[in-house]
Structure formats: C-alpha cells, structure tokens
Ligand binder design. Structure first.
Ligand code: GLY
Length: 347
C-alpha cells in the first residue's frame, strides 16, 4: 500500500528543524519550515563536535549508544549536503597531572562502555600534533568526528529554500497550524505550553583563524577548566565552550571568553598568533533529565524535536529519523518521549 503523504509544519530552522524537514521531504512528505531568524540559534554557535565518546557521562549509556548511532547517520547526511566531516579523531589531553586524571576518568568510563581509547604519552602526542603545548598525557579517540554546523545549516537551507518561510515574531500560534502534524524544533525557546520543559544553558564559543591549526580536535582540561579546539579545513579554529545555567540573555561575557582563552592558549600556543574572527553566545536547550524531547506531546498532532542540550548537532540525523518514523508508523525512543513530563510528573 502506498504511504500516505503528510503535510508537516516544522517550527524552527536550526540544525534540528531543518534536518527533520529534509528527512520528511526525502520520504515524500510535504513540509513548511517557519522561523523568523533561520539558522541563528544554537547551531550558529555550535562547534559541531560529533562526540558521543568524549561527551559521554556516567548513567547515560543509552544516550552514548544513540549518539554513536547518530554519528553513523551523519556520513550519509554530509554526503547528501555536499559537506565534509572531520575524521582525524580527537586528542583528549590533560595539561597537568590533575587535568590528566580527569581525562583518565573519561577513558575509564569509555572502557566500561566497551570502547577504550588509546593512551598516549607526551612524545606520542607531540608526534601527532607538534604544535601542542605542555601536556601531561592524553588519549586518542578515533570515533569522535566533527562537522561545520554553519555549512550544514547553509546546505539544508538551500535544499529547503522553497518551503522555508522567515515569518515574523514568535512561533507560539503556529503550533495550531493547519497541517497533519506540527514539529516544534525551536531549541531553548519553546513556545507555550512547552516552555518549562527546557532549561537554558549558555555556551560561548570563540572563532579565530590560525596559521598552524591542530589536525585533530583537541580537548581536555587546563587547570580544571574544560576547553576544546575544533579545526576547520580553512584554518578557522572554534574554541569552546563555556557552560552556564542561567536566566539572563545569552550574551558573551568577558569572564567566559577569558576562561576559554586562558585554557586554550597553553594547549595550543600558536593561538597567540591567530587572528580574531568572532565570539558567539547561545543557549543550549537542557532538559530536566538531560534527555532530549523527541516525539508526540499531549497536544494532538504536535510533536517536539527539542531538548538536545550538548548534543544537538550530533543527534540531528537520528532525531529526524525518529520524527519521520513516528509520523509514518508510531515508533519512538521511549526515553526521549516528551510525554514523560506530563501533568502528573511535570519536571
Ligand atoms: N557539544 C559541545 C558543547 O555543548 O559544548
């Protein structure tokens, strides 16, 4: 039997909304994407690490496994979009002995999850990255990749240009759009009645252009301050990211940028010669159990594709599949079902 063609309105043209719309259209459905400022949300700040290993955490085995599944989907998505993936892996390092202990704890967690990373001494690290500053040691994580989210968003916007509507104002009323389904993918700014389901976690990233950028993603702690450096092919390096629970506007702060640079410069001394490009602050959409909100809500026909916290870019292709699969046949990832926060169990 031929599949029914659905009319779906997607609210939000960030990496999540656009990937959902693209997947639905690829499957033959009709979509509209509404956003007053397409591509200007968290995807604009994101460094684009596809890093289920480096960002795995205790008690989050399922998220780790789903993250690895989503990395696998990124290959096909990047090919469709005509963009590259950075595949040289991640060096997880510690600046001093205490910082190395933090990296070792992450390596132990990964060993427990079945993917032990390779330990590297200073000389082996320097052989891989001659520009690395003083480090006590580290690990090579070969399976974590990265992508340029701005390139991905630009390619998705161009594929969806005929259905992308930069509507004015807030998208709250659009949850009642005439459609078979409405998918709300507005990041940290969910409309009523979903606003309370996300908490805002500010992240600041700094972009510079560097003559001698690292070949790998480099991340780790420097005197207890976490930092990562994500190189692009053209010499741009994204330095990130602060992480701050807050209720204020998502603006870049002097203190946040200073902490990032104080950590990044000892790891990669060549940054001192880098030229300044941009500092950006956006809110990550955290949830009350740190799991995404992907699937139906208590409002008939309204779905959420939200709450991805640190993993929006990583989980975009998996989220798009879950949304499309659900609309076509009802399948879901139970742990991501937004209805876990219903009236009886609000948050
Ligand atoms: N996934 C990187 C970050 O949230 O900073």
């Amino acid at each position: 039997m031929p599949r029914a063609v659905l009319q779906v309105t997607v609210l939000g043209a960030g990496i999540i909304g656009l990937t959902c719309a693209d997947e639905l259209r690829r499957r033959g459905h009709r979509v509209r994407v509404l956003d007053p400022h397409p591509g200007a949300g968290a995807s604009y700040a994101a460094a684009g690490m596809l890093a289920p290993d480096a960002e795995s955490w205790h008690g989050e085995r399922e998220l780790f496994e789903l993250g690895r599944e989503s990395v696998a989907y990124w290959s096909a998505l990047a090919e469709r979009l005509g963009i590259g993936l950075h595949r040289r892996g991640t060096l997880l390092v510690g600046h001093d002995a205490a910082d190395l202990q933090a990296a070792t704890r992450q390596a132990d967690l990964l060993a427990h999850l079945g993917v032990p990373p390779r330990r590297l001494g200073r000389d082996a690290l320097r052989a891989l990255e001659p520009g690395l500053g003083r480090v006590a040691g580290g690990y090579l994580l070969t399976d974590d990749l990265s992508v340029d989210p701005r390139a991905a968003v630009a390619a998705l916007r161009s594929r969806l240009a005929d259905v992308l509507e930069p509507v004015a104002g807030d998208l709250g009323d659009a949850t009642r759009a005439e459609a078979d389904a409405v998918v709300v993918a507005t990041g940290a700014e969910l409309p009523v009645p979903f606003t309370h389901l996300v908490r805002r976690v500010r992240g600041e990233t700094v972009r510079v252009r560097c003559e001698d950028p690292p070949a790998h993603v480099v991340r780790g702690e420097v005197r207890g301050q976490p930092v990562y450096l994500v190189p692009r092919d053209d010499g741009e390096v994204v330095i990130g990211a602060t992480s701050e629970e807050h209720d204020a506007a998502a603006v870049a702060t002097l203190g946040g940028v200073a902490r990032l640079l104080d950590a990044a410069r000892p790891l990669w001394p060549g940054l001192d010669r880098a030229s300044w490009l941009q500092v950006v602050a956006r809110d990550r959409p955290g949830t009350h159990d740190n799991r995404p909100l992907v699937g139906p809500t208590h409002l008939p026909g309204v779905l959420l594709a939200a709450g991805h916290h640190r993993h929006g870019v990583l989980l975009a292709p998996l989220t798009a599949r879950v949304i499309a699969d659900h609309l076509e046949g009802g399948a879901l990832i139970d742990a991501w079902d937004p209805r876990r926060f219903d009236e009886r169990n609000p948050c």
